[in-house]
Write a protein that binds this ligand. Sequence first.
Ligand code: C5P
Length: 209
Amino acid sequence: PDTITIAIDGPAGAGKGTLARRLADYYHLALLDTGLTYRAVAHMLIDKGWPLDDVAHAIEAAKLVDLGHLDRKVLSAHAVGEAASRVAVIPDVRKILVEKQRQFARSPQGAVLDGRDIGTVVCPDADVKLYVTASAEVRAQRRLAEIEANGGTADFAGILADIERRDERDTGRADSPLRPADDAHLLDTSEMDIEAAFSAARDIVDRVL
Ligand code: C5P
C-alpha cells in the first residue's frame, strides 16, 4: 500500500508510546498519542476547577481540543492521566475526540495512533494492529525506575495499586473498553527491552508492506 495506518493499543506503561514513536520515525508516518486528547480535556476541567464528572463542561472542553497544540509537558503529570481515565468514560467526550482522531488517521503520509480503542473503534480498518501489554508488576517497576531516574521517590506498592486501578477503569467501562481487536497482534513486552519490542513490531509491519 502507498500509505499505512498502524493502530497501537494497550494498558498504561506497557511501552506503546515509545514503540509508536519509533515506528512513526522509522516508517515516516504522522504520530498521534490519543491519550493526550483525553488528558487535554481533563486538564482543562482541572484548570477551571470544574468536577471531572461535569458532563456539559467536559463536552465543551472536548470540542476545544486542538490536535496541533497538545503540550506533552503540561499533560504528562500522573494526576492528569488519572483524571483523563475518568473523563474518558463519558460517551459524548469520546465521540468528539474519536472524530478528531479519525481525521488525523487520514493524514496523507499515513499514521500511527496509540491509545486504548484505536484498533477496535477509531481505526477498525487499520493495516496493522498491535496490542502491547506487560504484566502489572513489570509496568509498575518501569514506572518506579522512571520516577527514580528523574530524581523522585515513590513506593512500588502504591504505583502497582494505581496501575491496577487504572487498568480496571479502562477495561471495565461500558463505552470502548480497553481490549485487543480480533485481528490485533499481541506483543507482551514483559521480558523485552525497547529494542526487542521495536524489532518484533517491525517484523509484523513489514509483513503487510
Ligand atoms: O495513555 P494515557 O495514559 O495518556 O491515557 C490516559 C487515559 O485516557 C487512559 O487511562 C484512558 O482512560 C484514556 N484513553 C482512552 N482512549 C484512548 C486513549 C486514552 O480512553 N484512545
